[in-house]
Ligand binder design. Sequence first.
Ligand code: SF4
Length: 494
Amino acid sequence: MILIESNFGKNTYDIHSLTKAFYPDEEVRITGVDIPRGDDCHTVINPENCGKVGKLVYKSDKGDIFEIKVPTDDRDELKRIIYRTLSKRTGRELPWGSLTGIRPTKLVRNRIEAGMSDEEIKNDMKQCYYISQEKMRLALEIAKREIALMTPLSPSNHYSLYLNIPFCPTRCLYCSFTSNAIGKDRRRVSDYLDALKKEIIETAPVMNGRILDTVYMGGGTPTALLPEELDSLLSVLGAHFDMRNVHEFTVEAGRPDSISEEKLKVLKAHNVTRISVNPQTMNQKTLDLIGRRHTPVQTIEAFELARAAGFDNINMDMILGLPEEGAEDVRYTVMELCKLKPDSLTIHSLALKRASVLNEMLTEDRRGGDSTETGVICTAGGVTPGEAEEMMRIASAGAESMGMHPYYLYRQKNITGNLENTGYARDGRYGLYNILINEEVQDILALGTGAISKRIDSGGNTKRSANYKAVHDYIANVDEMIERKKRLYGIISV
Ligand code: SF4
């Protein structure tokens, strides 16, 4: 464990993320301290009050203690100083340098839109954030593609729609979403769908007269619903929103064990254009370890069923850094996916979030606990940064060998190898909603549990309204969330 005593009183997220990136296996905690004022003025709780100097004291439970003095209040400079110090101490460089935010491509896009040349952008990003050349090339390529794809979709009278279905066949161990195993209790599902239909019907008027570009139904696993439940929900959606201009209608079919011919027919009948069939890995051993109760053969069958049903835009997701997987396992998964020829491939680096069972098990393991009850052998920290980068190279090369190009990218805290999640697709098969949600250039009306609606004002600032995450809270408070959306989009006054 590393304890950081900070007298900054702010920038806690940056300090924590950057430290965790250098010490992925350690638990990192920060405490704000009021260190008694010393001679050199380095030790006050608020640096603005004295000498403009802040101090971080790192104490590891292995007895290591060191200080980082930061003679500035500038956020980027603080991160650069922490980066240089920790890089020197660990002998490591991070692919994304001192960047802690989730959207590196936005920084590049801003520079392109400000008229900077490729060379100027590369130099500036290198100086500001110490980004590696490889990641800089990736971010630049994606930012240019995003601009080309987003430009027709960004006028202020356009918007996108998101629907959340918080149910899955079973819960995966690494899951940090508000997903519930669907089980046999259909009453809970039907109460949820009634509340969601109410939200659809009563919020649809907030978008009257505007153009709906993309629709995304995610979760959870929407295809965990029965065919008749899906049909009824999509009928209500089509009856209340004007779907005539929709470019892209995605449904996450996600878990292969939730897909059937009947459900695919329902999706087709409601003009769904894009689905995801997500293997995550094609190794049975890993699927068993992570609690995904399906087989690689089911993934292949579900994919072929979707093609036979006429879907010509199928995405597949894979995850790097799953327990006990190394480069050879990733190579095998990529080889199997290449045989299927999906239209897009989203490469995720495993990000362990506090809410996941897998994270609890790893934490327990670090404390010397026993996780054998569930059969998972947790190697604290999983793969090394070098292995993570190797896996990313194998997966990216696989996507490129299928004629795909990178088109969106985002990062998360505690992500394997401090890397990224990247969407690859063939030309004409890009997932537009993925870009819109990441880059925040368009209003998004988001319905269902945990959904966050966004409104972009004329100054480019984002206002949000979040729904309750738990199914029972959502059902009990749906009227309040409908009112909040009316206020967010200005059809009733605040
Ligand atoms: S399929 Fe996705 S949402 Fe469902 S439990 Fe697994 S990780 Fe969570």
